[in-house]
Design a protein around this ligand. Structure first.
Ligand code: NAD
Length: 376
């Protein structure tokens, strides 16, 4: 029997919510009370006491097909933060998959890392059983904190996995190289839009972050004769790549405000805020980092500078294209390349609508995406 608390509740909530056993905070952390809730179709909580698994799978939309999106293994400050991340990231996947023209909805899984219970094969198997219980409504893939080996391990228990190591000539595997190729094609589209030609010879391009995506982009750009300016917090990596590909290095602090034709942010998110936008000295931004705008209002701020901006989830969809085509169609690498060619076309469509409607490209992209998932 739950104890009653004396006094009436002005908003008419059941009295047990006000009992000492149910704190207001816990009540407020229900997914549909979160500001990031967007009519998600389902938010599933899984746990396994034996292995310490705690995981959340958020399915935002299955309008276009099974909800696809990676699994993030992360040490969250609180469970509420994990719910918030799952809600936000799964919605992002709905938009990304729709704009990439994939027959996939949007979903995301997060595993709450626990320092006391390190990731183990048993925990991954328990996680895989959780995915399996959703019977194909959610298809998982690689994301932050999950390696290719982890994905292989999950794939031993459930078939609902995209991005497994493929046979030669087939789609799938590490999403990085396809993301890099898609971003490179997006950089060319941005050059065409901002400079009047997609010929990159002599075009000054600053790349921030030289990992799987940024390093790959730099290789493509160098092969086309672009003048590279490279920055990474790992300065030795930047110096080595500049030596190998030609070009010069810049400090990670300065790369965002140097004078160049195009800036390609391929490191962290939230790079564009009120301060950094005011210091930009480029004509276009086209990079692979996720969530580049720090706040929604930065879209308008950036638009007012006149800088051409490639919305992040449109230009960086190459990785999900690669793994989704493996899962959906058992496609070839040639099929993936053909699909990646649609990224610059989509960007041009966005920029045309942005000019016509006098709205920031990211706002236009969101509206297009919502239409594509039946939520216009
Ligand atoms: P990565 O870890 O391989 O590389 C990131 C690089 O950025 C590292 O070399 C790191 O040292 C550097 N870095 C970190 N902070 C920096 C800073 N402040 N200034 C300069 N360099 C910095 O990661 P990745 O897979 O290349 O991903 C890069 C970005 O692209 C991330 O935002 C990721 O979410 C996004 N993304 C990646 C993929 C993919 O397929 N890998 C797909 C979509 C989006």
């Amino acid at each position: 029997m739950v104890p009653e608390v004396a006094g009436s509740d002005p908003v008419g909530r059941p009295s047990w919510i006000k009992s000492p056993q149910f704190s207001e905070n816990l009540y407020m952390s229900a997914p549909w009370d979160q500001p990031d809730f967007d009519d998600h179709e389902g938010v599933h909580f899984f746990s396994d006491a034996r292995t310490g698994l705690k995981a959340i799978v958020a399915i935002h939309s299955s309008f276009r097909g099974p909800a696809g999106g990676g699994t993030r293994y992360w040490n969250y400050a609180s469970s509420a933060d994990a719910v918030r991340d799952a809600l936000r990231l799964s919605k992002g996947m709905s938009y990304k998959n729709a704009m990439a023209g994939l027959n996939m909805g949007g979903g995301k899984a997060v595993i709450l890392a626990d320092n006391a219970r390190p990731k183990s094969p048993e925990l991954l198997a328990a996680f895989a059983r959780s995915i399996d219980s959703l019977a194909g409504r959610y298809i998982t893939a690689q994301d932050v904190g999950m390696s290719q080996d982890d994905l292989t391990s999950v794939g031993q228990t459930t078939p609902y996995v995209a991005g497994l190591i493929p046979e030669s000539g087939k789609a799938g595997g590490d999403p990085g190289p396809s993301t890099a190729l898609g971003v490179y094609l997006g950089v060319k589209a941005a050059a065409h839009q901002a400079l009047g030609s997609d010929d990159l010879r002599g075009v000054r391009i600053a790349v921030q972050g030289l990992g799987s995506v940024g390093g790959g982009v730099a290789h493509y750009l160098a092969a086309e004769g672009a003048q590279l300016i490279l920055a990474d917090v790992d300065e030795a990596r930047a110096a080595e790549l500049a030596q190998k590909l030609g070009g010069r290095t810049e400090t990670p602090e300065q790369i965002l405000n140097i004078e160049a034709d195009i800036l390609s942010p391929c490191a962290l998110g939230a790079v564009f805020n009120e301060k950094s936008i005011g210091q930009l000295r480029v004509k276009a931004i086209a990079g692979g980092a996720n969530n580049q705008l720090a706040r929604p209002e930065d879209a308008q701020r950036l638009f007012e500078t006149g800088i051409i901006y490639a919305p992040d989830y449109v230009i960086n969809a190459g990785g999900i294209i690669n793994v989704a085509l493996q899962y959906l169609d058992d496609a070839s690498t040639d099929d993936v390349k053909a699909k990646l060619e649609e990224i610059p076309l989509r960007l041009s469509e966005i920029w045309a609508a942005s000019a016509e409607q006098n709205l920031p490209p990211s706002v236009v992209a969101d509206a297009m995406a919502r239409k594509l998932i039946g939520r216009a």
